[in-house]
Write a protein that binds this ligand. Structure first.
Ligand SMILES: NC(=O)c1ccc[n+]([C@@H]2O[C@H](COP(=O)([O-])OP(=O)(O)OC[C@H]3O[C@@H](n4cnc5c(N)ncnc54)[C@H](OP(=O)(O)O)[C@@H]3O)[C@@H](O)[C@H]2O)c1
Length: 327
């Protein structure tokens, strides 16, 4: 099985390589691609190194079985169909194909049975969507609900440029508008991730969480009202979610604890005075759920934290590819 990683020099790509080292997909060393900026550089691979190739017309991609894309929507739009045309399955981390009705949008624990066999584009959801849905999907058993959520999104969600901006500003460097953030991030936070819609004010990031949740859960009428906030944290997104149920049920909190304790990819950390926080969860695979409470009998609230580079991107993609291979 020959794997390729497109965008291997980025924050998601480098985690993909670390995961592949211990995956059955990594028996052979992968091919790694990026732009001309990092072509020729070397990346660590087990005890040795592999050289980054430039993704450019004329490259020979014959012999690759599955490609993990983490290089942005523009690269995916141009290159993913070409890879599939050469018989390669593509797991794409960008937003390019997520809402295409012909493309499966997958969180393996939730809808892994939708992974298509054979070469096709398979989309990885937005990182906040994945983290929220791991906790939300099991709770469907408790009744019909609408969701209100606020995200607290780490700077690495905006790639290496986001990490660089926080580090630059923290060490006294100037705020550089648009590189990549619209506001200073050190000692600050801002509720504007993506572009706001001129009509309803909802940002592209917030709309992704609504539309992708509906598609993955196959609940076209689900209401998910979100405010996405960027915070000066390096890694791990956190989400405060409130579920408003159609009916009242005083046993719901107990049911939620039971369902979440059994849910794959979820760890319940529900000690009253020690909720999960981003720092210690960096590098972990499960999403952690805490602050579970039901202040009214039709309300359930929770706090969900997950490593968005791993489960929100690289890990989810590798898990999809592993399941695709088993089919
Ligand atoms: N960061 C996250 O938490 C996260 C979560 C979910 C999804 N994603 C998605 O994952 C993708 C990668 O994000 P990231 O955070 O890893 O970004 P990043 O750190 O900025 O890395 C971007 C990667 O794409 C490569 N690239 C850029 N332009 C290219 C081109 N024209 N041809 C080939 N390679 C090119 C870069 O290579 P060079 O080194 O040559 O520039 C680099 O390897 C994006 O679609 C993002 O939306 C990210």
């Amino acid at each position: 099985m020959k794997v390729a990683v497109v965008g291997a020099s980025g924050v998601v790509g480098e985690e993909m390589l670390r995961l592949l080292e211990s995956s059955p997909l990594g028996e052979e060393s992968p091919r790694v691609f990026a732009s001309s900026r990092s072509a020729g550089s070397r990346l660590p691979w087990r005890d040795g190194e592999i050289v980054i190739e430039e993704l450019t017309s004329g490259i020979d991609i014959a012999g690759i079985d599955v490609a993990l894309f983490a290089a942005g929507a523009g690269v995916s739009k141009e290159w993913a169909p070409r890879f599939v045309g050469e018989g390669i399955a593509v797991v794409d981390n960008s937003s390019a194909f997520r809402m295409d009705p012909a493309v499966a949008l997958i969180v393996p624990e939730v809808n892994g049975d939708r992974i298509p066999p054979g070469p096709a584009i398979i989309a990885n959801p937005n990182c906040s969507t994945t983290i929220l849905l791991l906790a939300l999907a099991p709770l469907r058993e408790l009744g019909t609900f609408r969701v209100f959520a606020d995200t607290y999104q780490a700077v690495s969600g905006a790639g290496r440029a986001g990490l660089d901006a926080l580090s630059r500003e923290k060490s006294g460097g100037a705020f550089e508008p648009g590189n990549p953030f619209p506001f200073p991030i050190s000692g600050n936070l801002f509720p504007l991730i993506g572009d706001p819609d001129a009509d309803d004010g909802v940002t592209t990031e917030e709309r992704k969480m609504l539309e992708e949740s509906r598609k993955i859960l196959e609940l076209p009428d689900l209401e998910v009202s979100v405010t996405c906030v960027r915070v000066p944290v390096e890694r791990c997104h956190a989400i405060a979610a409130t579920l408003l149920f159609e009916d009242e049920d005083r046993t719901r909190l107990e049911g939620a604890r039971r369902l979440l304790a059994a849910a794959p990819g979820v760890s319940v950390e529900d000690e009253l005075t020690s909720p999960p926080t981003p720092g210690p969860l960096a590098g972990t695979h499960d999403v952690a759920v805490g602050r579970l409470r039901a202040p009214q009998p039709d309300v359930l609230q929770m706090w969900v934290v997950g490593d968005q580079i791993l489960k929100g991107a690289a890990l989810n993609a590798v898990q999809i590819a592993e399941r695709w291979r088993q089919q």
